[in-house]
Design a protein around this ligand. Structure first.
Ligand SMILES: O=C(O)CCC(=O)C(=O)O
Length: 267
């Protein structure tokens, strides 16, 4: 059995809840990065499912430790992935989020991008929109957006892995070079119920400490982000709905003070 130790602290978990991503720069060995050179584009079940990939990437202590912190013990390890390889210059993709990503508060899936080679701004880097991971969107509605205030081009050194909250808005940026640009994508999933068992200094669960709002979010959207972050934090810490209410200091008064209708007697 692989013994994976968590690596994230309360603070790092709170950061991830707000931003929706963690970058781990240059963690995979150069020897393994070089082995990715001839991987064909498209579905990469065989390569990602191989014992080498498992040992060198999926269960790398830094990668798996961050996954363990966010998805709990005995998380589900990917057995397949997809190789996003672009060789020729290319206009780039439209903004999108993957699959049936939605607006849930829970963290049940981490979608990861592994870059075996360096990616510069001319090479068509993946561009993400930090903080966009909890917005339920119509894919067609965001496709026409151009540059967005706060977007982040993932310029990376070889062997970097970026963990994202499934649902984050992303796209492959425009590519001006003919150097191959490789990104291997795979997802880990949660199996166990949430529990605050990452690196903690005290058993007392701290309240979520807010992170700054994003420049692209108006006042009301920033407020919604804050409420979503609090709910995600409370859920990750394994709090019940009732316990969570106590911790959600921004809850408006009209959302508090509920009582089951069957307990009510009318005099
Ligand atoms: O290749 C990239 O940088 C992003 C591609 C991607 O994630 C996608 O097509 O869903």
């Amino acid at each position: 059995m692989a013994d994976i130790l968590p690596t994230l602290t309360d603070d790092a978990v709170m950061d991830f809840i707000a931003s929706g991503y963690i970058r781990l720069d240059g963690v995979i060995s150069d020897a393994f990065n070089r082995k990715c050179t001839n991987v064909p584009p498209g579905p990469a079940k065989e390569f990602v499912g191989s014992p080498d990939f498992l040992r060198e990437v999926l269960l790398h202590p830094t990668v798996a430790g961050a996954v363990r912190s966010l998805l709990g013990h005995n998380f589900l390890v990917p057995t397949g992935g997809h190789h996003h390889l672009f060789n020729a210059p290319y206009a780039g993709q439209d903004w999108h989020s993957d699959g049936i990503s939605g607006a849930g508060y829970e963290i049940k899936e981490l979608q990861c991008y592994y870059y075996p080679s360096a990616v510069g701004i001319e090479d068509g880097p993946t561009i993400i929109l930090p903080g966009s991971h909890c917005r339920s969107v119509n894919r067609d509605a965001i496709a026409h957006y151009g540059d967005l205030l706060g977007q982040l081009a993932l310029l990376v050194i070889p062997g970097s892995v970026v963990l994202t909250r499934y649902g984050i808005w992303h796209k492959a940026g425009p590519k001006f070079t003919s150097t191959p640009r490789s990104m291997i994508k795979f997802s880990y999933h949660r199996k166990s119920p949430p529990k605050r068992d990452w690196l903690i200094e005290s058993e007392t669960i701290p309240e979520y400490v807010d992170r700054p709002g994003y420049t692209y979010a108006s006042g009301v959207e920033s407020y919604r982000d804050l409420r979503r972050r609090i709910r995600t934090w409370n859920w990750l810490c394994g709090l019940t709905e009732a316990e969570s209410m106590v911790f959600d200091r921004w809850r408006p008064s009209y959302e508090t003070g509920v009582q089951p209708v069957e307990e009510i007697t009318i005099h």
